[in-house]
Write a protein that binds this ligand. Structure first.
Ligand SMILES: C[C@@](CO)(OP(=O)(O)O)[C@H](O)COP(=O)(O)OP(=O)(O)OC[C@H]1O[C@@H](n2ccc(N)nc2=O)[C@H](O)[C@@H]1O
Ligand SMILES: Nc1ncnc2c1ncn2[C@@H]1O[C@H](COP(=O)(O)OP(=O)(O)O)[C@@H](O)[C@H]1O
Length: 272
């Protein structure tokens, strides 16, 4: 079977504070995009055959091992992972790959496994990717509430430094923390094509680490995109377009400078 592991962006991300275990409590809106990595999965009698980067460290491989182990090794699986998303860009590619492996294995080998706990053990974004669509998230991303949003065209751009998540969180200080996101106002603005009142608390730390990222944000704005924001822990940025033609024009202008894709979020599954 073939599965699309969709990318995500964060339509706002607020760090509410730091927990005693060192992790940061967040409030964010996740939105899955219409493009992503491609996975091919096939049952085999036993074991895991994996083709893709990072070998046994790959989140897709680790997801397969975790599920099959929890299910008592009912059979094996062959996985081919065709990466299309840049890694360490805040687009959640690894987490999405892991979620699609879990969902596929659940279909191939149904078993009474604690699915949400298994997903969270692989990464904080994995529980969201089991749902897809748009969702409000709290905790480290595991407390989820699905939301409805009419489809929007988005452009995603990644250039320059890969930003390891631990490094960006490590740079966050109390003055970067924010209040809860105004979820209703954000959804209303997005629906009306207005500038959404959101922010990403990790932009400050990322800009301190790599000041040149400010220019990337400005560049997306100069193309007329709305709601331009860094996704997750960066260093990808996204912006919302008026329609498909606007998204295509903006993507074409950015193409010579880095990774760029456009597609929809919040509904629809057009692939570009
Ligand atoms: C920023 C977000 C937002 O969606 O996504 P990405 O940018 O990775 O896609 C997530 O919070 C990415 O969470 P997660 O995927 O768990 O990050 P990991 O790489 O496992 O965490 C690396 C380190 O970052 C810090 N960390 C992570 C998450 C969190 N809520 N608070 C933290 O302080 C911890 O020090 C942790 O050891
Ligand atoms: N299937 C995978 N796809 C991408 N990265 C993976 C995968 N498995 C493990 N990794 C590791 O996880 C890191 C972050 O992955 P990714 O999910 O792409 O970024 P982010 O967390 O910024 O959204 C990579 O740098 C890589 O070392």
């Amino acid at each position: 079977m073939e599965r699309l592991a969709q990318a995500k962006v964060n339509l706002g991300l607020s760090l509410l504070g730091r927990r005693p275990d060192g992790y940061h409590e967040l409030h964010t809106l996740f939105a899955a995009l219409s493009f992503g990595d491609r996975l091919l999965l096939e049952p085999i009698p036993e074991g895991i055959e994996f083709r893709g980067p990072y070998g046994q460290k790959n989140l897709a491989y680790r997801a397969a091992r975790a599920y099959l182990e929890a299910a008592g090794w009912p059979g094996g699986v062959r996985i081919v992972l065709e990466k299309a998303l840049p890694e360490g860009a805040g687009l959640g590619g690894g987490s999405s790959d892991a979620a699609q492996v879990l969902l596929a294995l659940k279909e191939l080998y149904p078993a009474a496994v604690d699915f949400p706990a298994l997903a969270l053990s692989l990464g904080a974004d994995v529980p969201f990717f089991l749902l897809g669509g748009v969702a409000e998230a709290r905790g480290v991303g595991e407390r989820l509430r699905p939301l409805l949003l009419s489809p929007l065209w988005a452009v995603v751009f990644a250039q320059g430094p890969r930003l390891p998540t631990p490094k960006v969180y490590g740079e966050a200080r109390p003055h970067d923390y924010g209040p809860e996101l105004p979820v209703e106002a954000i959804l209303r603005a997005l629906g009306r094509g207005e500038e959404p009142p959101y922010w990403n608390s990790l932009e400050g730390p990322a800009f301190r680490l790599h000041p040149e990222l400010r220019r990337v944000k400005e560049e997306l704005r100069s193309l007329g995109l709305r709601g331009v924001l860094m996704s997750g822990s960066g260093s990808a940025f996204f912006g919302l377009a008026e329609d498909e033609a606007h998204a295509r024009r903006a993507a074409e202008a950015l193409r010579p400078k880095g990774y760029v894709r456009y597609g929809t979020l919040g509904g629809g599954h057009a692939l570009h």
